[in-house]
Ligand binder design. Sequence first.
Ligand SMILES: [Cu+2]
Length: 209
Amino acid sequence: MEGEERIMRWMLLFVALLAGILAPGQPARIEGIAVCTPGAPRENVVVFLTGNQPTELEPPKDPVLLDQRRLRFTPHVLPIVRGTTVAFPNSDRIRHNVFSASETRMFNLGTYPFGVVRTVTFDKPGVVELLCNVHLEMSAHILVLETPYFSSTDSRGFFRIAGVVPGVYSLNFWCEHRGFISQELVLRSGQTSTLQAILHANEVTVAQR
Ligand SMILES: [Cu+2]
């Protein structure tokens, strides 16, 4: 009798473990390298997932920084979720201006000195090109996204998107002189996918492991 009970207990434990492994909704993760133009700098490729993302977007409570430092906008490409407020400090000892003539969000923050911070909230998805009318060489892009699943590549071309609800997605890439390129990606419960994405003229080659 005692033996049967022990077997029963082990069986229950086994079923519980199996259920844990197979449970739907274990977050998935993708990471890897995205290259826009072979041989060119690898940073600032935006990678994002759409199609099965949460419908409720939660923009960060605090503004996200896009600095003006050493005559550059930093970062040069900033992906954000719709509803995010971006702060534009001037960290140079000269005056800068920030404006956008993009349909997604037109604004002009005026010209302002060192230490001043001005903010803009981005409520519409799309691409926003930023310029400074004092320094014509200064430019940046903000990508306002309808998904919390995004990343932009570092200097090695590396990106990582974690905590993704399993499902069928569009895997989207954006790079500055290219625009958007997409393809389908299926992410299973608990899966970690390593991708190598090379972006060609109108398509992308993705190797998935
Ligand atoms: Cu400037």
